[in-house]
Design a protein around this ligand. Structure first.
Ligand code: DER
Length: 236
């Protein structure tokens, strides 16, 4: 489909531009775009470097991608410094701030994003916005300790979030449980809050019981957007 091809184009462009054969440790993110990152890394000329290269996953999904592709599986405690992490995004603004966590993986994703010398985002063009919240309407994904979720929920309302939502499982009774055993609250904020993502990130992060916030403020070196017409745009 044009959407899948757009994802593939963004992923291929990012790998071709940012993965060098001397890179030894790569971080692999979560979602439906990163499989094309792994696909490209298993093709010439990138595959020639795979024998002594390690791949660190951002969760069970990307761990499976790495294992199924027969690539060397690494852990961030083994490789705390990563050459390049490539990951998807739910939305990216003009300043390369991103909303992540649509797949409930944002805690480990942010660890690998921060551990990387270069952090690169890959997405289809629907994620390309001027201001966060323009296209992504599901709110800021927040990973919370189950014990504290109701208090975080209440404090988000006090902070000005009209309608926080505890993310419920689809084929699982009860709340979504992350790879770290936590819950996710999706918090929609008005545009005035979303215009200063870093400020909002810090205010939410300070709430007791919050483990990580799906705002990646100014972390990405570049973002690649694939378009259904077969073109790729890159924002540095
Ligand atoms: O959860 C995340 O942050 C993922 O990267 C994800 O949201 C990206 O999703 P997609 O690549 O399936 O659009």
């Amino acid at each position: 489909s044009p959407e899948e091809n757009a994802k593939r184009l963004a992923a291929y462009a990012a790998v071709d531009e940012h993965v060098k054969d001397y890179h030894k440790v790569l971080g692999i993110g979560s979602g439906s775009t990163v499989p094309y990152v792994v696909e490209r890394l298993c093709q010439e000329p990138h595959c020639n470097a795979n024998s002594d290269r390690w791949y660190v996953p951002t969760g069970f999904q990307s761990k499976e991608l790495i294992v199924k592709a027969g690539l060397n599986l690494g852990d961030v405690d083994q490789f705390p410094n990563i050459d390049v992490t490539i990951d998807g995004a739910d939305e990216v603004d003009d300043d390369l701030n991103a909303i992540k966590g649509g797949g409930a993986c944002q805690l480990r994703e942010k660890v690998l994003a921060e551990a990387a010398t270069n952090f690169i985002l890959v997405a289809d063009s629907r994620k390309d916005s001027k201001v966060l919240g323009t296209n992504w309407k599901q709110g800021v994904p927040i990973e919370v300790a189950p014990f504290a979720w109701a208090k975080v929920f209440q404090n988000l309302q006090k902070m000005g979030c009209e309608k926080p939502v505890l993310r419920m499982g689809k084929m699982k009774a009860g709340p979504v449980v992350t790879d770290n055993g936590n819950f996710v609250i999706d918090a929609v904020f008005t545009e005035s809050y979303m215009r200063d993502p870093s400020e909002l990130l810090h205010r939410i992060k300070m709430l007791t019981g919050v483990l990580e916030v799906g705002i990646f403020a100014g972390m990405a070196l570049a973002a690649y957007f694939g378009y259904p017409d077969g073109t790729v745009a890159v924002r540095w």
